[in-house]
Design a protein around this ligand. Sequence first.
Ligand code: PLP
Length: 384
Amino acid sequence: MIRARPTVAVVDLDAIRHNLGILKPEDVTDASPSDPTLNPRRAQVMAVVKANGYGHGAVPVARAALEAGVEWLGVALVEEGIELRDAGIGSRILVLTEFPPGSEKEALQAGLTPSLYSQDGLHRLAEAAGSVGTTVSVHLKIDTGMHRVGLDPGQAQAFVSQLIDSGLDLEGVWTHLAVADERWDAFTQVQLDRFSSVLAGLETAGMKPRIVHAANSAATMALPHTHLDLVRIGIAMYGLSPGPDLAGQASALRPALSWRSAVSMAKRVGAGEGVSYGLRYAPERDSTIATIPVGYADGYSRLLSNRAEVIIRGRRYPVAGTVTMDQIMVDCGDDVVEPGDEVVLIGRQGDAEVTADELARWSGTINYEVVCRISARVPREYVG
Ligand SMILES: *Cc1c(COP(=O)(O)O)cnc(C)c1O
């Protein structure tokens, strides 16, 4: 297909492998754990590639992560798991929510591993498992306090006996932390204690799972006692910080994505002339206004109007006026800027850098959303 427009997201797969190398948990870190049910063992790694690999491209990221030695992939949707299978990826894949009604057979035939946390989900899965002819291993999700999805801790034992009676195999039990990115929040310990009680109960009842997991990127980086048997790494693998409290530690990571374009037009605009829809920007002096072919339809949020900066010829320039669907303008003052000059929306050029964190701040969101919302219209290009 023709690529006429210069706007592109460049993804550095070396950075993905490098970041996983840094993040991979050490071999047993704590020889004398205070809580034997949360005994740190050598944790496996799950690379979380949901939402098209946080906008980076699920299949290339998954391949790079597997090259870096991760044992598992994690996705949010059955569709995302099947996309990886269709690309020939054979590794274990955990779907982090229950298979939606009607998708069970196809998901099982694709060899996706289900999460489970409801009676209805259990019945539907047990029925579908009967027709695929092999034992289906599941990961039970416990809601220890985030209250998104998950089984109440008090119901875990009864649920697991029912699960086993239905012919399913309890491979994993997991939970998700709500505030792990906030340096040390006491609620993380509340969640871990609830999780630990569930695991102790199951063990006593002779229903011990083989893999227990709780850590996301933040917990992987900051809370080694949460590593357990497996860590689920998303944002940090892409080289971005899970939150402001971890920015220092995240500086050892390499952002994998840069977002580039080129000037399509540059013109002098007189002092006081309005620029873009609504005329919400007017240069104070005669100024060179450069136009760049990227807009909110590409995921360059309209909230960045009159706020963001881009890099051209190694210098940062402010977005001038409203971000339109397909184009933005920037004010380059009296500097020489010409059509074809490279523009960096996220990433480095010379000594200058614009980060996903800056775009997040300017548009009132988090770096996760900045990279996820880069739309399908922007081609992804791979290096490394
Ligand atoms: C998205 C997700 C992760 C990864 O979170 P990061 O903060 O990106 O590391 C881990 N576990 C679950 C259940 C998730 O939904």
